[in-house]
Design a protein around this ligand. Structure first.
Ligand SMILES: NC(=O)c1ccc[n+]([C@@H]2O[C@H](COP(=O)([O-])OP(=O)(O)OC[C@H]3O[C@@H](n4cnc5c(N)ncnc54)[C@H](OP(=O)(O)O)[C@@H]3O)[C@@H](O)[C@H]2O)c1
Length: 322
C-alpha cells in the first residue's frame, strides 16, 4: 500500500527524513481491525517525529499520522481514535495509561491507504461531517475539547485567551469555545491571522504579547516559551493556564512569585478519551461547527503540507486525502 513514513530523524531538516513510497499492508492482531483511510490530518506531532522528539531511531521506519477518518471492514464510516492505551489502567482514561502511545509512535499511523487499530478505537462518523472534516477531530479538536470543557474549570460566558491563533489546536479552541458560549480572545504574530481569528468567532484578536483590555479567566497555551510570560500576565487572580504544547520551547521562566501571589493554576492537558471523541463528533453535528481546514492535498503531495507547517504558514488544518 501507499504510505508516508518517517525513515530518518533530522532535528534541523525534518523533511529530509520523509519517505513517500509503498509499504507492506498492516496486519491486525487479535482485537484489532483495519480501516481504509479516506482522509488523514497533519499535526505538529508529525513534524516532531521527523525531528526525533518523542521517538527513537529504533522505531523507524514508521508510518506517520495520528488522525484518520475512513471505512471499517464492515463498511461503516468511522473516525479513528489515536490513543492506544488501556482504559482500565487509570480511572477509565486511556490517556493516563503510562504505557499509552499515539498512532505513529509505536504502531504505524494513518498516512496510508490502510491502518490497523484496536476495535475499541473506532467512533461512528456523523453523516453531517465529511471525511476531510472528521479527520481533523482525533488530535487537534479532541485536545481543544478537553482543554476547554474538562480542564479549564471555567463556565460559558467566561473570557478565555487563545495564544498563537493560526495553529490547528488554536483554531479548534476558537471554534469550539465560541460555539459553547465563551468570550474568546486570541493572539497571533500576524495581522492577517488576527483578522481570520475574528472571522472564526474570536471577539477580539491582538498582536502576540500585547496588553489586553482586561485580565482573562483562563489561557489556552500551545506555543510555550514565546508566549508563556504573556499568558501569566494575562490571567486574573485565581485564573488558570491550560497547556497542551510548547512549539517554541518548553522551558520558559516559571515566574513563581506571580503564580503563588495571584494563586494561579497551571494545568497540563493531553489528547482526550475515546468517549470524549464521540461527544466531540456529536458536538460538531449539533452546533454546526466544522473544523477550519487550511488546505486539503492528495496524500502523494504530503511534503507540501509538511513544509507549510514547518514554516508556520497555516491557518487551520492540513488534510491529506486518500
Ligand atoms: N498534548 C497534546 O495532546 C497535544 C495535541 C495536539 C497538539 N499538541 C502540541 O501543541 C502544539 C500546537 O500544535 P498544532 O498542531 O496546533 O501546531 P501548528 O498548527 O503548527 O500551530 C502552531 C502555532 O503556534 C504559533 N507559534 C509557533 N511558533 C511560534 C513562536 N515562535 N512565537 C509565537 N507563536 C508561535 C503560531 O501561531 P501564529 O502564527 O498565529 O502566531 C502557529 O500557528 C504543538 O507543539 C503540538 O505538539 C499537543
Amino acid at each position: 500500500m501507499f504510505a508516508v513514513t518517517a525513515a530518518r530523524i533530522d532535528a534541523d531538516h525534518p523533511l529530509s527524513g520523509l519517505e513517500i513510497a509503498d509499504r507492506p499492508d498492516p496486519a491486525a492482531p487479535a482485537g484489532w481491525t483495519t480501516v481504509s483511510v479516506r482522509a488523514a490530518a497533519l499535526n505538529h506531532h508529525d513534524v516532531w517525529t521527523l525531528r526525533g522528539v518523542g521517538i527513537t531511531e529504533d522505531r523507524l521506519p514508521i508510518v506517520l499520522g495520528c488522525d484518520a477518518a475512513g471505512v471499517d471492514e464492515d463498511g461503516n464510516d468511522v473516525i479513528v481514535h489515536s490513543v492506544i492505551g488501556d482504559p482500565d489502567a487509570a480511572g477509565r482514561d486511556e490517556t493516563l495509561d503510562p504505557r499509552r502511545s499515539l498512532l505513529s509512535e509505536r504502531y504505524d499511523g494513518t498516512f496510508a491507504e490502510r491502518v490497523a487499530v484496536p476495535r475499541r478505537n473506532l467512533v461512528p462518523k456523523p453523516a453531517a461531517l465529511s471525511f476531510t472534516e472528521a479527520a481533523c477531530l482525533p488530535t487537534a479538536y479532541l485536545t481543544a475539547y478537553r482543554m476547554l470543557f474538562e480542564k479549564s474549570g471555567v463556565q460559558p460566558g467566561s473570557t478565555i485567551l487563545v495564544q498563537g491563533a493560526g495553529g490547528g489546536v488554536a483554531t479548534a479552541l476558537i471554534l469550539l469555545g465560541r460555539a459553547a458560549g465563551f468570550r474568546v480572545w486570541a493572539t497571533s504574530r500576524s495581522e492577517e491571522k488576527q483578522e481570520r481569528a475574528r472571522e472564526l468567532g474570536a471577539e477580539q484578536a491582538f498582536p502576540a504579547g500585547s496588553r489586553l483590555p482586561e485580565r482573562v479567566d483562563a489561557v489556552m497555551e500551545t506555543v510555550g516559551e514565546a508566549t508563556w510570560a504573556h499568558s501569566l500576565r494575562a490571567l486574573r487572580p485565581g485564573g488558570r493556564i491550560v497547556v497542551c504544547g510548547a512549539t517554541s520551547g518548553a522551558v520558559p521562566p516559571a515566574d513563581l512569585n506571580r503564580v503563588f501571589f495571584l494563586q494561579l493554576s497551571v494545568v497540563g492537558s493531553t489528547m482526550g478519551t475515546r468517549d470524549q471523541l464521540g461527544r466531540l463528533a456529536r458536538f460538531c453535528e449539533q452546533t454546526g461547527v466544522r473544523p477550519r481546514i487550511d488546505r486539503a492535498l492528495p496524500l502523494r503531495e504530503a511534503a507540501g503540507g509538511f513544509a507549510a507547517m514547518i514554516d508556520g504558514d497555516l491557518f487551520g488544518k492540513v488534510v491529506f486525502t486518500v
